[in-house]
Design a protein around this ligand. Sequence first.
Ligand code: FES
Length: 157
Amino acid sequence: MHCTHCALFSETLITHPINQLRPHPPALIPTQAASWTKVDLTKQDLSKSEGRAVVEVNGQKILVAEVDGNLYAVSNKCTHLNLPLVGKTAIFQGKVADKCIVCPAHGTAFDLQTGAVKGEWCPGFPDLPFVGKGTASKPLPTFEARVDAAGAIEILA
Ligand code: FES
């Protein structure tokens, strides 16, 4: 694999002494190409679970939601504090409203199609001096989702 930073092979760069002096850009780390994965979830399952469910693809928790017949897939980790948008406990049950998933912790609403923050960032976060609301507003990663002829859901991740 060629490094886009310095045009050398990554294997050489990882062991090269110069890299012990400075960190190498993350672009060096090989990434896996996205592929369609059939998950253990069907459209029928979604309709039984308030139109949303969490699946795991390649170690990532992905929230799948159906709104007005459209299927959406987003990261299940809120970009504020990495808390689950939909978890196993009653406290972490984010609601879908206006085609957004609303974080149950501090109320940030993420657009299910684009992942963009809609409205105020962390409206329910306490207004603490110095700490503020933490990191700047960050969108939620999104994924493509589709349904096969048998109703099984597939995610591109
Ligand atoms: S953890 Fe989601 S808004 Fe704070």
